[in-house]
Design a protein around this ligand. Structure first.
Ligand code: IPM
Ligand code: MG
Length: 370
């Protein structure tokens, strides 16, 4: 295999997944031509598309494809109205998404949230609360905590009641490795890390704070602060500009990243990366838009492809080391926004510079700029 040939598992999934993935592929092909590398893009079904094709949300062939790839570019899975009777273990959210996170040890989830000044209208906060601008990164631990901790069960008690148990479990090493990701991310940004916990109540919170504080000694140039999660959820609304990197355990990061995403006006703009351990110079990763499958707008050329396109840029940077191509895609997205191109989710009729476009037109413009 040549240095510059990369194998990518392309799992578009359900709802708007295939449409926005089509645009990301278009943009990747443009980057490939311009930046001198070759992508072998192999598509395979996942989610309801996997159930339809092969009886399960993560077909064996899809998993095998992922195992043989340098990275996974993922669309979205889940169609809430499809079949409410399917057992919970077989639902795409658990059987595909959580399964892939666990199988590939994708413990570090990066969710950058940025509100471009041109889209300040889309932010639900008043202008004065937006402060100097919203530009933060949620670093979420993704394979521990209540999502996977044991015991995890629902049992029937002697008196006939049911009791559900989810266990919040973290070991020192799990906290350490995500803390390193948090500090390293902060080093590349504004050098401020806010560690989020609930150390006033939870054993997990006490350990989290101790370990993060210890890891901080390796990063003297990064300013570390701690905040309780309830206060953090409030501070995001009162003064989001205070945050640079927010370091969270799994459940807190799930909740705070949705809250932070709302500040950027549209989920359709936000990419994410889920990374495993770095081995040698390789980091296997899974790249997906922050928004869901949005079945209500699927198939109508309405979806915003930017989150999927920026996820592809994160893939180029974190798993393939193609930093120039990643930056080129990011600036092409910036250009499309500055030029006034707007899918419906970010359109503002009062902005004389704004022009409403469909999914494909947005993708074409970004690919052309790359
Ligand atoms: C996310 C999603 C998932 C999660 C769901 C779909 C299982 O909300 O990626 O944030 O809770 O992690
Ligand atoms: Mg979530």
């Amino acid at each position: 295999m040549s240095e510059h040939l990369y194998k990518i598992a392309v799992l578009a999934g359900d709802g708007i997944g295939p449409e926005v993935m089509g645009e990301a592929v278009k943009v990747l092909r443009a980057a490939e031509a311009r930046h001198g590398f070759t992508l072998e893009l192999n598509e395979s079904p996942v989610g309801w598309a996997g159930i339809d094709a092969d009886g399960k949300a993560l077909p064996d062939a899809t998993l095998e494809l992922c195992r043989g790839s340098d990275a996974i570019l993922f669309g979205s899975v889940g169609l809430p109205d499809r079949d409410p009777t399917i057992p919970k273990e077989e639902r795409p959210e658990r059987a595909a998404l959580l399964a892939l996170r666990k199988i590939f040890g994708l413990f570090a989830n990066l969710r950058p949230v940025r509100l471009p000044t041109e889209l300040a209208h889309a932010c639900p906060l008043k202008a004065e609360r937006q402060g100097e601008g919203i530009d933060l990164l949620v670093v979420r631990e993704l394979t521990g905590g209540m999502y996977f901790g044991q015991p995890k069960t629902t049992e029937t008690l002697d008196d006939g009641q049911q009791r559900a148990i989810d266990s919040m479990v973290y070991t020192t090493s799990e906290i350490e490795r995500i803390a390193h990701v948090g500090f390293k991310s902060a080093q590349l940004r504004r050098k401020k890390l806010m560690s989020i916990d609930k150390a006033n109540v939870l054993e997990n919170g006490v350990l989290w704070r101790e370990v993060v504080t210890r890891v901080a000694a390796d990063y003297p140039e990064v300013e570390l602060d701690h905040m309780f999660v309830d206060n953090a959820s409030m501070q995001l609304l009162l003064n989001p500009a205070q945050f640079d990197v927010m370091l969270c355990e799994n459940t807190f990061g799930d909740i705070l990243s949705d809250e932070a995403a709302a500040l950027a006006g549209s989920l359709g703009m936000l990419p994410s990366a889920s990374l495993g351990e770095t081995e040698g110079d390789k980091t296997f990763g899974f790249y997906e838009p922050a928004g869901g499958s949005a079945p209500d707008i699927a198939g109508q050329n309405l979806a915003n492809p930017i989150a999927q396109i920026l996820s592809a840029a994160l893939m180029l940077r974190h798993s393939l080391g193609e930093n120039d191509a990643a930056a080129a895609i990011e600036s092409a997205v910036g250009k499309a926004v500055t030029d006034g191109l707007r899918t419906g989710d970010i359109f503002n009729a009062d902005d004389p510079n704004a022009r409403q476009v469909g999914t494909t037109e947005m993708g074409d413009a970004i690919a052309a700029a790359v």
